[in-house]
Ligand binder design. Structure first.
Ligand code: DQA
Length: 146
């Protein structure tokens, strides 16, 4: 099983960007933390500050991966092209946020991708990525059995 974890704009700044909101881990540490929970699963990590590159990575994932976990950063709240890419993608996609976006500014309460994702995890910090991968694995196993 191969899962792609995508992080969007400004998540390369983890560790220095609002650690009280997004946690102490750098992106490298966050990726290592997620990886150490899954020794039997192939995980690949991609981060970009560019919407088009993220969309390309979703298109390319269709050939090479079984599912995607994505934290699109602020693209979550307004990117219809990201939404269309997720909708067009044949793979299950899980949305993840470090912070509890439902408890923050009103613009963050809107996600234009939630309803085209298989599920959303929000507010559990780095552990949310582990939960998202676990949920995705469970879903992939269930659909294989059907
Ligand atoms: C975020 C929440 C977004 O609103 C914000 O723009 C981010 C990070 C989160 O992980 O909590 O960049 O997706």
């Amino acid at each position: 099983m191969k899962i792609l974890i995508i992080n969007g704009p400004n998540l390369n700044l983890l560790g220095q960007r609002k650690p009280e909101v997004y946690g102490q881990y750098t992106l490298k540490e966050l990726n290592a933390f997620v990886r150490e929970h899954f020794n039997k699963i192939e995980l690949d990590f991609f981060q970009s500050n560019h919407e088009g590159e993220i969309i390309d990575s979703i298109h390319n994932a269709m050939e090479n991966f079984d599912g995607i976990v994505i934290n699109p950063g602020a693209l979550t709240h307004y990117s219809y092209s990201l939404r269309d890419a997720i909708e067009a993608c044949a793979l299950p996609v899980i949305e993840v946020h470090l912070s509890n976006v439902a408890a923050r500014e009103s613009f963050r309460k809107i996600s234009v991708i939630s309803d085209v994702c298989s599920g959303t995890v929000s507010g559990f910090g780095a552990y949310g990525y582990v939960l998202a991968v676990q949920g995705l694995i469970n879903q992939l196993k269930r659909t294989k059995q059907e």
